[in-house]
Each structure stands twice: as C-alpha cells, then as structure tokens.
Ligand binder design. Structure first.
Ligand SMILES: *Cc1c(COP(=O)(O)O)cnc(C)c1O
Length: 400
C-alpha cells in the first residue's frame, strides 16, 4: 500500500498514510496537481519576486476584500512579518534594528487563552507578548477567561498590536477585541492559519475590521507547504514586504512595483529585513496563486459531504472492532473536517502505545493523538483516499 513505489521509497524514507489531517510535521496537505504543474513551469524561467508578490497581492485582495496581501513562507512566517510591520511601520531604521525594538512600541497584547506554541512567530520579530485574563473557564474555577476591559487595560504606549487566535469558539468575540484595539489606536493581528474552509472566512475577518489576518497556504488551500498568506491594511503589508524582499538593490535603479509600495514614501532602500531568512521562491509564489484561485472556486459543501461520508464509513468499521467505541465530531466544532473519535475505554490496549506502534509501521500510519490522556485517538478523513481509509482501519485492528 500503495503499489507503485514513490520517491519516498526511492530515497529510503518511510512514507506516511495520513489519518491525522493537515499536520505540518507529516507534510501538511496534498498540494493541488495544478499547483505542482504551475510550479514546474515557474521553475523553467525567471520573474521578479516583487512582481509575483504584487500579483499575489491583487489576488489576495480580490478574495479577502483586504487592501493588500502578501505571500510568506507559512502562516507562522506571516505572523512574524505582521508583527514586524506593526512594530517598525514605515521606519527603515526600526526595520533595520529588529528584533531589537528599543525605542519603538513592541508589546503585543493577547488574551492568555490565545497563547499557543505558534506565538513564538510573533516574538521572533522582537515583540514581547503581554497576556491578559485568566484560565478560569478552562479550569472550572469561574465563568470567564478574559474580560474585554482587561484587554483595554493592558494597552499602553508600549503596545504595537493586539494578537488574536481565531477558532470557532475563541472568546472574547473578535468584533469586541477589534473595537477595543481600534479605540486605542492599535492594530489587531489574527492567526486564522487553519480556519479554512469555510471559504467565507477569507473575507470574514477583514469584514470585521481586523488589520492583518494570516492563513496557511499549505492546509486546506492545498498550495505549497511552505506558503502562508498575510492579508490586511496596505501600509502594514507594505512594511511586511519591505522587511521580507531581498533588498540588495542599487537605490538608483530600484523600481519595485507601485502596487506593492510607493518608493517615494521610503527614504532609500531598506536593509535586508527580519523576514529575509524566510524567503519565498518564484515556484512557491506561482503555486500559491494557482492553488488559491482553485480554492475559491471549489465546492466546499461537496468536500465536507465527502469527508463526512468517509468519516462515517471509518467510524462504522472501527466501531465494529472489540474494545473501541466511536463517535464523530461535527465539522467546525473542533476542526474544519468531521473527525472520528475512537475511545479505547477500559480496553487493556494503551492509546499511546497503539498510536506509537502505528507510527513505527512502514508505511507509517498517523492517527490524531491529541486525546491520548482520555484513551482516545482520532481519524481525520481529509487527507485519506477511501482505499487508504480501509488500510488505516485494517492496521488499527491488527494492532489492537
Ligand atoms: C498551522 C498553524 C500555524 C502555522 O501555519 P504554517 O503555514 O504551517 O506556518 C499557525 N497557527 C495556527 C493556529 C495553526 O493551526
């Protein structure tokens, strides 16, 4: 499984059957064939990266409603660029000094319950995260985690932005946070990396007035793994571009695309910025553009229906295995796709041992492991064919 050897076999690396969903550590999602073709084509010639970024910016504006857009080397990189833009603005000196932020506001205020491992990406630009509120709701010691006034109270002259992680259940509501931030004259940066589909989320956060939002290009958009989208205010995207593009240009001959930035606003060519270590190639840019065009045209209801049907089939098969009880979580409740939650209950089989054994197989079988402490594992239908789904069920049964 599968029958024909892949390049992974040829180079001696065990392949993975992905029953865990769009997880970066096992390669994200399957890039669209049309995007791969476009990348192969892009690899046979040259284009100015800034022209490609300007073209991508037009497309991102069109599909998100934002003033401007930019392609980074992942949603995490887009977060770093967004933070760098919020901190340095249009000041080439501040850009050159990042991640040293002396003399410029560099705090990013975030609800404590929005802190994730990914916020290192904000700190990488030099930002200091000021988290506010409590974890009362999570711990069961109270009804609320963060009150809107606590966010307002934390915004000072040192604040560069307010950070927000978008999930269907995150609190306080984004519109409230946007209102507070804007009342205090600071931008809101939203991490919505995995919040597609629904495709309506492309425009939703911009409609709510956020200043910058990031999406991963390598999850449901199915573009190149190492792409992410930054969308939002033109001045912030311009700052991000100035801190990301290769800047070894002779100033006399520097004519970047006007839609990306107006050279007259800038005192000379900035130095290589904080984003230079996260470059995006011409192939990735072309691949992302192609994938995003196709994503917005896609019938997402049909896709969710396909995932739902596959999840139900997997759930029925797994539920028939002795010792396993299965349920299906709804699309959008905890994830963008329905997932099968398999509970080992009182079975003598340890969930962590089972998951680890599946991962040691060849090919490796990856099921979701976020619920191991509850003797649960999950099977996500998004990145599986029906044939692979049968194989996953077979391997789980063989290991129980
Ligand atoms: C996946 C993810 C990221 C990172 O996205 P990349 O495109 O892999 O950089 C950031 N934040 C959240 C919440 C994510 O789920």
């Amino acid at each position: 499984m599968p029958d024909t050897p892949s390049v992974y076999d040829e180079i001696g690396v065990p392949a993975v059957i992905n029953a865990a969903g769009t997880k970066t550590r096992i390669g994200g999602s399957l890039i669209r064939e049309e995007a791969v073709e476009a990348m192969a084509d892009a690899a046979t010639g040259f284009a100015r990266i800034s022209d490609l970024q300007a073209r991508a910016s037009d497309l991102v504006s069109e599909v998100t409603g934002a003033e401007a857009g930019y392609v980074a080397s992942g949603a995490a990189s887009a977060m770093t660029l967004g933070a760098a833009a919020a901190i340095a603005g249009d000041d080439p000196g501040a850009m050159a000094r990042l991640p040293d932020t002396e003399g410029v506001p560099s705090e990013i205020v975030m609800p404590r319950t929005h802190r994730t491992g990914y916020d290192h990406a904000l700190r990488a630009a030099g930002a200091e995260i000021v988290d506010v509120g409590t974890n009362d709701y999570h711990l069961g010691t109270g009804a609320a985690n963060v009150e809107p006034w606590e966010i307002a109270d934390a915004i000072t002259d040192e604040t560069a932005a307010v950070g927000y992680v978008q999930k269907p259940y995150t609190q306080p509501p984004l519109e409230t946070v946007v209102e507070i931030a804007h009342d205090h004259g600071v931008p809101v940066i939203v991490d919505a990396a995995a919040e597609l589909p629904p495709a309506s989320n492309l425009t939703r956060f911009i409609d709510l007035g956020v200043d910058l939002v990031v999406f991963s290009g390598g999850k449901a958009i199915r573009g190149p793994q190492s792409t992410g989208i930054l969308a939002g205010r033109a001045d912030l995207v311009e700052s991000a571009a100035l801190q990301h593009l290769d800047m070894h240009a002779a100033s006399e001959a520097w004519e970047p695309p006007e839609s990306l930035f107006d050279v007259r606003d800038i005192d000379g060519v900035p130095r290589q910025g904080i984003g230079r270590s996260m470059k995006v190639g011409k192939e990735e840019l072309v691949g992302l553009i192609r994938a995003l065009e196709l994503f917005v045209e896609e019938d997402h209801d049909a896709l969710v229906a396909e995932w739902q049907a596959r999840a139900e089939r997997i759930g029925d098969s797994l539920g028939a295995i002795e010792g396993l009880t299965c349920s299906i979580t709804g699309a959008e409740k905890t994830a963008v796709a329905p997932e099968v939650v398999a509970d080992l209950g009182d079975s003598p089989v340890d969930a962590a041992d089972l998951v680890a054994a599946l991962r040691r197989e060849e090919p490796r079988v990856y099921v979701g492991a976020d619920g191991l402490h509850n003797s649960e594992f999950t099977v996500n239908p998004m990145c599986l064919t029906d044939e692979e789904a049968d194989y996953v069920v077979e391997r789980i049964e063989a290991n129980i």
